[in-house]
Design a protein around this ligand. Sequence first.
Ligand SMILES: Cc1cc2nc3c(=O)[nH]c(=O)nc-3n(C[C@H](O)[C@H](O)[C@H](O)COP(=O)(O)OP(=O)(O)OC[C@H]3O[C@@H](n4cnc5c(N)ncnc54)[C@H](O)[C@@H]3O)c2cc1C
Length: 543
Amino acid sequence: VSRNTPEQAVIVVGAGPAGLTLACELAAAGVSCTVLERRAQPSAEPRPMALHSRTLEVLDLRGLADELLAAGTRVGRVALGGGAAVDFAALDSRFPHLTVVPQARVEEVLRERAADLGVTVEHGTEVWGLRQSGTDVTLQVRTDTEEWEESADYVVGCDGASSAVRQLTGIPFHGGTYGIAPVLADVRLRKPPPQEALVLFERGGFVFSLPCGDGRWRFLVAHRDLRWTDAPVTLGEVTRHLGRALGFDPRPYDAAWLTRFKIHQRLADQYRAGRVLLAGDAAHLHSPLGGQGLNLGVQDAVNLGWKLAAEIQGWAPPGLLDTYESERRPHAAQVLRATDRATSLATTSSPLLGGARRAALRLATPAARRRTAELAAGLRLAYPPAGAPASAHAGRRLPDRIISRHEAPPARLYELMRDGRFLLLDSTAEGTAAALAEGWASRVCTVRTPAPLPGFPEAAVLLARPDGYLAWTAPATSPADHLRATLLHWCGPEERRPARKRAPADAAAAPATKAPRSEDQSCAQAESGPPASARAEAEDRTR
Ligand SMILES: Cc1cc2nc3c(=O)[nH]c(=O)nc-3n(C[C@H](O)[C@H](O)[C@H](O)COP(=O)(O)OP(=O)(O)OC[C@H]3O[C@@H](n4cnc5c(N)ncnc54)[C@H](O)[C@@H]3O)c2cc1C
């Protein structure tokens, strides 16, 4: 049966954190998109999730972090015993902590933003068939009462670990399943341990304890002797595990979530097959040690969103969309390796390896500890620029800084990036780079500054991508041709006509977002939607 659905550029399958973030990114860029979700209604389960610094940073790029921060509990360090700790408090980030937020709240914030941007999330709708041609993808979809087909230019499978999209596309998901099956408990305690996050090692395993801020605690118990069974987890079992690790009975009660789960370690062979892409758990699964899963998925979506929008709007330079896989898949592979090593070491029954682990934790230098915290927080991630014009800092994360501006009040960099365009900072005396980039005004926000960005003294010109990574930096002496080549490489062809200033009527018609307005007119003009010229371009090319 065919149903009359509105024409759309992208169908996102799955309304988890990855799918909803992607929908927000696409819609903010002016690309029409629908989300199909099998669950009949949004999940209301208050399962706490730990968001890392970089995840909040990329959400902050779109004005979404503060709401999550307000709903979350900040955890500055995770104690590892013997005085060792992963210390987030010293990180160079606006968010120097773990932020523990219920997953339902994360999804709610994203769903509200998506709705503001005009995205439809169809609940109770399951995808069960898929075929693609050179020009579109058709999905077979069903609810309890009907079945129909729905097509789009691209489909992105954000449908979790058992992804139907991945399976229907035939993308292999190599890897395995660990022998151990951890127990997870979200409980209240009559006799709580210290109010800090800690990992308590014991021979053959560990207990991770995380205060969630609302009087509840999350415990993860992993041990070589804990094997998979269908038997439900009981409070008695949790009491036994916690008593052994803590050395006293914390008397857990009022369990919100008791579960036993298998640890999978799998990575999709490809993130893209023609017009079908994968993101989030659909593309990678790994040990929960380090709490990276949701974080990786959100960051996948922010990496993919602007590239897919560029492809659909017709300005993507050749190969841009493929950089989604070449940037994100190696990172996921590295997270799989790191969490695998950490899990093996944390659950070893070898006294020798246990001793080595204790010594490594005790003897780690401050620099090594800082590096560990930066790695866990996602702040060390960089994307080596393959095939892009060479420059000193290309691929590194753009740190959030308050900058001075010519003829405008100081502004925070991440607030200047709310509209999802590239950001070009030009501190040359003549402003030649900013003038040249005017030819790409619908895709590049230009800001003239009196001095280079702190920490980048030699970079008079700096171009940042919409996902907050540096595309290019250059000294004042760099020839204009180099910047032109860079803009062509990253931002596509120069626009045929000068960008129109957005008229008030345009602004009213643009999708509303909750992004606060910036004082910088050159960037602020698009803060409640893409600039008029970008939208005109999108309307021409988007089906
Ligand atoms: C016990 C446990 C604790 C965890 N703790 C943390 C933590 O602290 N921090 C962290 O970062 N991560 C954590 N994770 C991992 C985290 O939950 C996942 O990585 C995250 O939810 C993945 O998000 P996603 O959007 O990719 O997929 P999901 O959240 O799985 O969302 C996929 C969505 O797709 C829908 N769907 C599936 N199939 C179809 C279909 N055929 N048609 C339509 N819709 C479909 C599903 O209903 C679902 O809503 C934990 C995981 C577990 C199991």
